[in-house]
Design a protein around this ligand. Structure first.
Ligand code: KG4
Ligand code: ZN
Length: 359
């Protein structure tokens, strides 16, 4: 089976062709990502209207590039997938309409995919990971720990109660005058910083919860920056290092608790697998913290390559492949969803399940 996937939920216009060989091996035949970073940079965040127009103007070309690189034609594609949510409605509509049109014209099944499911299943594409596993999903709109029990069977064990971790990186960067997008620039600055100079306290400390909170850190960073203004380069580096280290400690603590819970629930004797996914998962300090935690716990850390952690269409094509193999597809009147939690049963928490403009 060979799937064309399209991703347009935020500020990346992406298309990919993914297949499974007859002996079951997943193959990424192409993975084209056209970033809109330059178009949003002047605004310090993603502007929904600009994003939708930019998707519209390049998507056809990006799809053609994905087919060319995979050296195949639409005739050789078995299904067409697009992200149906959560995300910015304008962008989602562009991707969905394109996928639906290609599906109708070519008589191929169409399937709308949850962007978060794409992130959640990436480790099965890259590492052939078996269910169940724990997933730390940390992106610009989400910070969650999920128990991934099977395809479509997700239990949310932890979420942010306010901002997402990626949002914290982006807002900190903006406040410190670092260019958009924030995450990679904060990481770069942190490399030359001293994480001990500005100790930041851990949010929700001592509370009986697996949830996370990041908005207090944003305030602490702002107050520190205001106190020091005007900021020298070293101040910026030190604040970034402190922030990155504190976020790492939050993930470490919450994942440790989740691992204990997983071990209790599953009564597993040999360790399980922790997957880290989403844009923030491309941060090397955070990967290292999680690798050390897993080593301690006798668990395996599965961290897909950074290019498959940030938004891409290979993950959408893969999720579609798994669902189509199970005989599923979507109707051509499927509507985009700005909000679409992976675990529909879980209680709504402000800040969780939201993915949208980062301005
Ligand atoms: O998954 P993603 O590409 O898009 C969303 O689904 O939101 O994640 C983007 C987020 C942004 O907030 C970005 O600043 C953050 O991931 N990010 C990082 C790094 N690279 C991207 N955060 C920290 N360190 C990084 N190296
Ligand atoms: Zn994402």
């Amino acid at each position: 089976m060979r799937i064309l996937g399209i991703e347009t939920s935020c500020d990346e216009t992406a298309a990919a062709v993914v297949s499974r060989t007859p002996d079951g091996e997943p193959v990424i035949e192409s993975n084209i990502i056209f970033s809109q970073v330059e178009e949003h940079a002047a605004f310090g965040g993603v502007v929904p209207e600009i994003a939708a127009r930019a998707h519209l103007s390049v998507l056809d070309k990006v799809v053609q590039m994905a087919l060319d690189e995979a050296d195949c034609t639409l005739d050789e594609i078995d299904g067409i997938a697009a992200t149906a949510g959560p995300g910015l409605i304008g962008g989602l509509m562009v991707g969905l309409m394109t996928a639906k049109a290609l599906s109708a014209a070519g008589g191929k099944p169409f399937i709308g995919i949850n962007h978060l499911e794409g992130h959640a299943l990436t480790a099965r594409l890259t590492d052939g990971l078996q269910f169940p596993y724990l997933l730390l999903l940390v992106s610009g709109g989400h910070s969650q720990i999920l128990c991934v029990k099977g395809l479509g069977d997700y239990e949310r064990w932890s979420t942010t109660i306010d901002d997402a971790a990626g949002e914290l990186f982006d807002k900190t960067a903006k406040l410190l005058g670092l260019p958009f997008p924030g995450g990679p620039n904060v990481e770069r600055a942190a490399r030359n910083g001293d994480p001990k100079r500005f100790p930041l306290s851990l949010p929700l400390r001592g509370q009986d919860t697996l949830n996370m909170s990041f908005s207090g850190l944003k305030t602490a960073v702002r107050q520190t920056a205001e106190r020091l203004a005007p900021l020298e380069n070293q101040d910026v580096n030190d604040i970034c290092a402190a922030l990155q280290e504190t976020v790492g400690r939050i993930f470490e603590e919450r994942c440790r608790q989740a691992i204990e819970k997983f071990n209790d629930v599953s009564q597993a004797k040999d360790g399980g697998s922790l997957v880290v996914a989403g844009g923030v998962a491309s941060n090397s300090h955070i990967r290292q913290v999680l690798a050390d935690l897993c080593e301690d716990a006798g668990w395996q850390l599965v961290a897909p390559p950074a290019i498959l952690c940030t938004d891409n269409a290979a993950m959408i094509a893969w999720a579609a492949l798994e669902r189509l193999e199970r005989g599923e597809s979507s109707p051509l009147d499927l509507a985009p969803r700005s909000r679409w939690p992976l675990d529909e049963e879980s209680a709504t928490v402000i800040g969780a399940g939201r993915r949208g403009a980062k301005v």
